[in-house]
Design a protein around this ligand. Structure first.
Ligand code: FAD
Length: 404
């Protein structure tokens, strides 16, 4: 499956991660991780720091999956608003899930600082605009709900928005403590660190099947086999080699990245911008003053091959962005399309397979994929090391739209 097509921006900002060439391979690992993107790299860090022996395998160059297409907005608010999630799964679990997402942004910052990873992590507020009059109620309900449960947020009236931005909207929800990041630099920094801590990296190894004998997993690949006590699938939007996602919806989405803009001073705190309608347009800036805008999701799983179609959609995104920032001299420097997975119940898939012991999954489907990768790595570390973690109940795989 081709998970992205077109010209990506992040790979131009950093050299690819190249594992050191060694012949080291253990006869038996505590854990083999399948997939070396954001989820795999964060899980490898959590597990190796817990003292486990770990190998990480990927059929491609490390970090070149959807991590390279990720636009790097880190937000505690989800594609499903908190007041709606409360209706869906109840107050206690919904609020706890939002807290986990909030803490995950902090945890990413702590890792960036602790490991000195140059990943352009910058704290930003987010502004979620009401796309039209009828969505004003949603924005107000969500503001009241977030406030009630102590999440840092604000409400902007139309005149506040006009004062702070060159565009006008009827109202907006503002959330604080969010951030932007260069996801590829972050993952490469993580991979370098975990390799130094003893994780064995194996690029260009396609995992095909997993068998079990006497509690030991035999992981069959396109090359040699691996043996492990546990396996973690961090395979992103592609079909997992073992297990079936019941509630996954794979679509595709488009992104353009502009030239560096000289002066972004009329953009209030360079806030991350999104909106209430679905699919939504979202916009951020980069450390070198570019603008990244994404959206126009389509109900097809594979990224299109047609450069013409990608440019057509990128031009549409450019037009929408220019409506918001008419003074910027913007052009398209990079444009791409990518597969984008969402779950039917808006929750990621994290936990142990309902019937296959020692098979674990971290599939962070949804707009908050990076935040899910972070919180999922902690949940899986606890499950694999035998520590109690009640948060898994919210995202576990034996739910109605989970895995079988
Ligand atoms: C256009 C776009 C914009 C996005 N923007 C944001 C955003 O702003 N904020 C946010 O939080 N999230 C965002 N996301 C989501 C985010 O990109 C993903 O959640 C995140 O990258 C997932 O990381 P991952 O490690 O799970 O997947 P990936 O990075 O795709 O890694 C999975 C890896 O598994 C490997 N693999 C798969 N199958 C096998 C196999 N059988 N054997 C060996 N290897 C295998 C693949 O080669 C791949 O490298 C966005 C996604 C897209 C597509």
């Amino acid at each position: 499956m081709k998970i992205h097509n077109g010209t990506l921006y992040w790979p131009t900002t950093t050299a690819p991660f190249k594992p050191k060439v060694t012949n080291e391979k253990l006869d038996l690992y505590d854990v083999v991780i399948v997939g070396a993107g954001m989820s795999g790299a964060l899980t490898a860090l959590a597990l190796v720091e817990a003292g486990l022996s770990v190998a990480i395998l990927d059929k491609r160059e490390f970090g070149s999956g959807s991590t390279s297409a990720n636009t790097g907005l880190l937000q505690y608010s989800n594609d499903i608003m908190l007041h709606k999630l409360i209706e869906q799964i109840g107050e206690q679990e919904a609020v706890r899930f939002y807290k986990l997402c909030y803490e995950a942004v902090d945890d990413i910052e702590k890792i960036v600082n602790r490991l000195h990873i140059d990943a352009n992590f910058i704290r930003r507020p987010s502004i979620c605009n009401a796309s039209d009059e009828k969505d004003m109620e949603k924005i107000k309900d969500e503001y009241a709900t977030l406030k009630k449960y102590g999440f840092p947020c604000d409400y902007f009236e139309q005149n506040d928005i006009e004062e702070k931005f060159p565009f006008s909207k009827l109202g907006a929800l503002v959330t604080f403590s969010d951030a932007e990041i260069n996801p590829l630099k972050f993952v490469q920094g993580l991979l370098r660190e975990v390799e130094a801590l003893g994780v064995h990296p194996f690029p260009y190894v396609d995992v095909l099947d997993v068998l079990k004998e006497n509690d030991i997993l035999e992981i069959r690949t396109s090359g040699q086999s691996f043996h492990a006590k546990h396996i973690v699938y961090t395979t992103g939007y592609e079909t997992t080699p073992v297990g079936k996602r019941i509630g996954a919806d794979i679509n595709r989405s488009y992104v353009f990245v502009s030239n560096p803009i000289k002066d972004l001073s009329d953009w209030h705190k360079k806030a991350l911008i999104w909106e209430t309608k679905r699919p939504y347009l979202y916009i951020r800036s980069t450390a070198d003053g570019r603008i990244i805008a994404g959206g126009l999701d389509e109900d097809k799983p594979e990224a299109p091959f047609s450069d013409e179609l990608i440019m057509k959609r990128a031009n549409n995104l450019l037009k929408q962005t220019k409506k918001l920032f008419p003074n910027y001299e913007m052009k398209i420097d990079y444009a791409y399309a990518a597969s984008f997975g969402e779950s039917i119940d808006n929750l990621p898939f994290i936990g142990e397979h309902p019937t296959k012991n020692n098979h674990y999954y971290l599939l962070g489907y949804g707009g908050n994929g990076t935040v899910y990768s972070m919180l999922g790595s902690i949940i899986l570390r606890d499950l694999i090391t035998g520590k109690r973690n009640e948060d898994v109940e919210i995202v576990q795989l034996h739910r109605e739209f989970g895995m079988k």
